[in-house]
Design a protein around this ligand. Sequence first.
Ligand SMILES: NC(=O)C1=CN([C@@H]2O[C@H](COP(=O)(O)OP(=O)(O)OC[C@H]3O[C@@H](n4cnc5c(N)ncnc54)[C@H](O)[C@@H]3O)[C@@H](O)[C@H]2O)C=CC1
Ligand SMILES: O=C(O)[C@@H]1CCC=N1
Length: 272
Amino acid sequence: MNVRIGFIGGGNMAEAFISGFVNGELILPSKIHVSDVNKERLEYLKNTYGINVHETNVSVVLNSDIVFLSVKPQVMKAVLEEIKEALTPAQVVVSMAAGYPIKKIEETLGDDKKIVRIMPNILVKIRKGVIALTHNYRLLDEELSTVKEILSDCGEVVEVEEKLFDAVTAISGSGPAFIFLTIEALADGGVKAGLPREAALKLVTATIVGSAEMVRNGEHPEVLKDKVTSPAGTTIAGLSALEERGTRYSFIKAVEEAFKRSKEISELIEKL
Ligand SMILES: NC(=O)C1=CN([C@@H]2O[C@H](COP(=O)(O)OP(=O)(O)OC[C@H]3O[C@@H](n4cnc5c(N)ncnc54)[C@H](O)[C@@H]3O)[C@@H](O)[C@H]2O)C=CC1
Ligand SMILES: O=C(O)[C@@H]1CCC=N1
């Protein structure tokens, strides 16, 4: 695809996307541009992925058709101020900053700009991400299709109303961290029961991937759970220990707290 992609901020999420694109089918490394205040980071990204690196954010804007904003929310305002003169209404800006609303971006860049807001997750790195998307309706249909096609190379794109972004952030944005913690904890249990760490991790990971796949195929998690749970068996012994410790509620609370924090960040940004 003959589209130049820029990343302003070359941290964890930018790298996840870059890795997804470089291993994907649409974007050549020579079409990817990235800037970061950290020169070592740029050196690393250039050496690892063979992409173009730039010492200024403006230089990335001048070399891109689609500009991803992949800096932390608190840096966004300064970055937007820095690039606004270089941006043209023909370019598309894609922001992934948690809690940063489109209207706040428009406040700095002007409301003639084509703006897409996404909430991706780290799984874009292996092209299995979830990417929630909304936009400011300034993009032409074919431009929106191109953005969606490019993002789809890194995972599943779901169009969501902007008012639901805090909830999406709590589930699919932060969600991988909740699952990584679960994997680690279950593997610890396996080690406690005598399994070597590597074997425990392998067993847990395969079990989680397979379980998710069965639910994805349309089976209800509760029905599946009951099929595993024999009367007076091992599973009910484990499940009752989880229920006794409030694990189910802990997960509900984790999502609720992440949601609340996302709203808090949005409200703080609103006031800036
Ligand atoms: N990490 C994750 O799983 C997710 C992160 N996000 C969002 O993605 C954005 C980036 O997050 P991460 O990659 O985790 O953060 P990060 O801290 O790993 O990356 C940010 C990068 O921006 C660079 N930077 C700082 N100031 C800059 C400036 N003025 N100009 C250019 N570069 C600058 C930093 O050196 C750093 O490399 C955030 O807004 C976050 O809310 C969204 C979804 C998931
Ligand atoms: O923790 C955070 O704020 C970001 C947003 C979603 C995942 N990481």
